[in-house]
Design a protein around this ligand. Structure first.
Ligand SMILES: [Zn+2]
Length: 128
């Protein structure tokens, strides 16, 4: 068994800084700044990671990700709200028209076809 120290490769270096860099054609690239960084010297990488430009790029990216997540969450919330409102209004409309809720089942194909969100109307049995 050879005790020789394993030569540092660009891949090994990249793994030391997980999620910060990626390797392309034996060159180490910063995921945030989109610049190549000399991977042979750890000090160069460390100083890149500590640079104002890199830190602000990381922050920018994190902010964007947070905003995207919030957006996804609120649109899911809006969809759930509109579904709830649709069902409540439907039940109310049936009550006002004095139509038994069971009748909703025969209207479902129509609603699914013509009403936005119609597909989310549950069967009568689940409305009570
Ligand atoms: Zn960077």
């Amino acid at each position: 068994m050879s005790r020789k120290r394993k030569a540092m490769s660009v891949d090994t270096r990249c793994k030391e800084y997980r999620n910060i860099f990626h390797v392309d054609d034996n060159i180490l690239f910063c995921n945030y700044c989109n610049v190549s960084v000399d991977w042979k010297h750890k000090s160069v990488i460390d100083s890149h990671c500590g640079s104002q430009k890199h830190i602000s790029n990381v922050k920018k990216q994190d902010d964007t990700q947070n905003k995207t997540q919030q957006l996804t969450l609120s649109s899911a919330q809006a969809a759930a709200d509109s579904k709830k409102r649709l069902i409540e209004d439907l039940i109310e409309a049936f009550a006002i028209a004095d139509i038994p809720l069971e009748k909703v089942n025969s209207l479902l194909p129509f609603l699914k076809k013509y009403v936005k969100n119609g597909g989310s109307i549950p069967q009568a049995s689940t409305l009570r």
